[in-house]
Design a protein. Structure first.
Length: 50
């Protein structure tokens, strides 16, 4: 267990592993544009306008 936490990770390795695909970014942006949140008397309603 100590070996896992004592090793330092290189920034290059971490950055390469965390790069999202273009498809993922497009999906999230499209979803966020289609999502509508409506506040009504202390209640929130979420509607997907798609």
């Amino acid at each position: 267990m100590q070996k896992f936490y004592s090793e330092t990770s290189r920034v290059d390795d971490v950055n390469n592993n965390l790069v999202p695909k273009e498809e993922t970014i497009k999906f999230l942006l499209d979803y966020s544009m289609a999502l509508s949140v409506i506040d009504y008397h202390k209640m929130k309603f979420e509607a997907l306008l798609n």
